[in-house]
Design a protein around this ligand. Sequence first.
Ligand code: BES
Ligand code: MN
Ligand code: ZN
Length: 483
Amino acid sequence: MQARNVRSFTTASADAVIVGMYPGRRPAAGTDAILKAIGRWAHSALEKAGFDGDAGQTATLPNPTGSGPAQVVIVGLGSDLDLEGLRAAAGAGKRAAPKARVVATTLHRVDLDGASGAVLEGIALADYVFETYKSKAEARAALEIELIGGPKDLPTIAENAAAVVSMVCFARDLVNEPPKTQAPAALAERVGSVAARAGIAYEIWSGDELVDHGMTGLLAVGGGSERVPAMMRLEYTPRRAKAHLVLIGKGIVFDSGGLNIKSSEFMATMKSDMAGAAAVAAAVVAIARLGVKTKVTAYLALAENLLGGGAQRPSDVITYRNGTTVEVGNTDAEGRLVMADALCLASETECDLIVDVATLTGATKVALGPKIAGIYARDDDLAHRVQHAADSAGERAWTLPMPADYRKWNESSVADVKNTFGIRYGGGIGAALFLEEFVKDKPWVHIDIAGPAYVEDTEHYILKGGTGYGVRTLVELASSMAG
Ligand code: BES
Ligand code: MN
Ligand code: ZN
């Protein structure tokens, strides 16, 4: 994505221009000139098309003047526009002109802090395609965005937006990639090559190194696959860091459920069970590219949950690095088993905050639906910090409770805890309480992204498939910690 300022509608060299309207077809700032140029009939044409200016509406009109972009896309801004609404409107506008490689817009000329960045993000994120396996895919020119009457500091804004967008798209690519080509080691190497280019140090443990470091959860979960598990550690160390953030991502490259095998319906989307690792990896690279003054250590817990001869069994017991023993009640509750290894490591680190991101429970998805992540923390202030970062970044999340009296449902009769929750309800909370066993009183927040990591429907800039959810929240969080 590239962005530049142009003075007016007529100096735009774009294929399409995206402009906004409020309900009642009231033109947004900077839109009048364009509507005037394309003629009075615009309003009646919009009326006939049923376009009023509601949030999410789009209409496309031809530009008959012979100067400026050929297509005019009008997007509804609704009656209570905020930054995320603007990002969404920009995305909807781009999707109404899918072929356009140069897009002009006036959408940034609303009275909202950060409008230009949000517009660039919305347009560029909506332009994402995953065509690796489309035999007839055509090469596409890079996307160029022209802001009509844009801000003076556009170069900086555009550079930051491009860093975030490209890494959200990297996370999407990792999630959309078929599992066949993305064994734990392959995923780690792919992340490593991108991270190295951003000056990030990393190491990958597999085989005996996992044994030596006591990564028993990964070894247990990964035992059923010929493609061995791995723990990847990334480290971004800026000069004069203001804070230290530790991130952990769940990287189950495919979750069949293991011996407690999933039904076809639930297995279908389980290549996305590494979306937490993808979000964390992409976020560290974005944070490094942005030069954020927060040191970040990241752990990606990578394994494949299959049911080969080495698979773990329900009723097996795992002894962790920190001494905690876990009874395997269900091999499909594998996420918390691999996250526990990483949480042990994180808890041994001197840091200001540990945040883990995982497609952990169907229960959280049931509670919040497909668009909203669940935030869990023992400490309300820490939960608020992450909630605030998500809100600021425009990623939808909701804080859920961790009642201490629910802990008893994680008890086991043979080990310290069990990986299944003893009652039918509140499974997202149960998983969060399980994770807490491995962090004790360290500053820690858990984000369950089972819903928003991978979606069935396209909506504005959020496209069907891997969404890259979490990258923006983590970047925002690291930035806010740097002060
Ligand atoms: N990866 C799944 C959770 C999931 C479900 C993610 C739907 C995305 C969409 C996780 O490993 C899992 O299978 N969890 C089980 C736990 C249960 C067996 C205790 C679940 O939530 O059903
Ligand atoms: Mn599972
Ligand atoms: Zn899983």
